[in-house]
Design a protein around this ligand. Structure first.
Ligand SMILES: [Zn+2]
Length: 122
């Protein structure tokens, strides 16, 4: 997946000192709030602070949804939205609530979600 490659290259640039923590740990307060409340905690440590466990958050984007996307509370909610709306896109974002690291992991449309509703899995 190209997002994974982009993510890994950002982490590499940070480790080489070409990007600062301010550059890569720029999560907006709203994203951090959603990650704390609705995020699915993974077993992977944050690549930047290497302390906190990463959290995955899923958002739905599309007509009649908020411009910043609607955060999804569960896999069931994603599945039901994918069933009822063809025009929705889903984004899964990796977030560290400690240092503010965040990066897009995956993007898929409703058709893909109907086939494989696993937004919180790698
Ligand atoms: Zn972190």
């Amino acid at each position: 997946m190209e997002y994974r490659l982009a993510r890994d290259s950002v982490v590499r640039e940070y480790r080489r000192g070409r990007l600062s923590k301010l550059d890569v740990c720029d999560a907006q307060p709203e994203l951090l709030r959603v990650a704390r409340n609705l995020g699915w905690v993974t077993e992977s440590a944050c690549p930047i602070c290497e302390v906190a466990k990463l959290v995955h958050v899923s958002f739905a984007f599309g007509p009649r949804l908020p411009a910043g996307g609607r955060p999804l509370t569960s896999r069931a909610e994603l599945a039901s939205m994918a069933r009822s709306r063809d025009e929705v896109d889903f984004y899964v974002i990796e977030v560290c609530v400690e240092c503010g690291w965040n990066h897009l992991l995956r993007r898929f449309d409703a058709r893909v979600a109907r086939r494989r509703p696993k937004p919180f899995r790698r």
